[in-house]
Ligand binder design. Sequence first.
Ligand SMILES: Nc1ncnc2c1ncn2[C@@H]1O[C@H](COP(=O)(O)OP(=O)(O)OP(=O)(O)O)[C@@H](O)[C@H]1O
Length: 235
Amino acid sequence: MLEITDLHAHYGLSHVLQGVTLTGAAGEVVSLFGRNGVGKTTIIKTIAGWVRPTSGSIRLDGADIGGRPADRICRMGLGIVPEDRRIFPGLSVLENLELGLHQTAGRSRSEKREALDRVLERFPRLKERRAQMGTTLSGGEQQMLAMARVMVGAPRVLLIDEPTEGLAPMIVDEIFGIITTLRDQGLLILLVEQNVHRAIAVTSRFYAIERGQVVFTGSAANADDRERLFGTIAV
Ligand SMILES: Nc1ncnc2c1ncn2[C@@H]1O[C@H](COP(=O)(O)OP(=O)(O)OP(=O)(O)O)[C@@H](O)[C@H]1O
């Protein structure tokens, strides 16, 4: 479904991604683990079209999406929940959610309305607060809003960057619950998460990243692979 081959990216002269190769299939969570600053967020941003790759290929269901504009990639079925959540100031919860409707092509007005209603039913706390300004929500609610907004667009692939950072344990449970449900509905989720122990429980395969490269890949169900991962990233 998602196939990334020998991906390179730079910020100015800084060679941040140095040949990343990874794959993901429908119905699995694939996690990227590594210390701070190794390039995990950059991998996500490059796939989503926010950072331009210098070389390599990114294929979504066979179509080459590398270097295409971010909104185009979104409409092809790839959603991103960025680390900073990007809740738009001056817009209510509902208006923030409506922005998610622009991220899909080829749906009728009534289909879009239904998609929005479904998401609101699924997030009762957001439904209750739909008239409230998005930026006045708590951190956990803002994370829910960021996830709900991307789900309105019904993506097939979801890139999620550090969703539980700074959040209370109960909200963390809720977020992992949502990730598990989406996975079981057949989405491919590419996850970056510092809480390795929690992430590994929902992950099928993982990639350990160092200095912009994959240093090894493993299966979350394999105890030796997990040991090696914990040794590599020192958790
Ligand atoms: N816009 C930018 N301009 C220049 N350098 C950047 C930019 N964004 C990130 N970098 C640098 O690129 C490197 C990789 O950053 P990235 O955010 O991808 O790492 P990360 O693994 O996600 O880190 P963290 O876990 O701390 O979020 C870092 O050295 C960072 O300082």
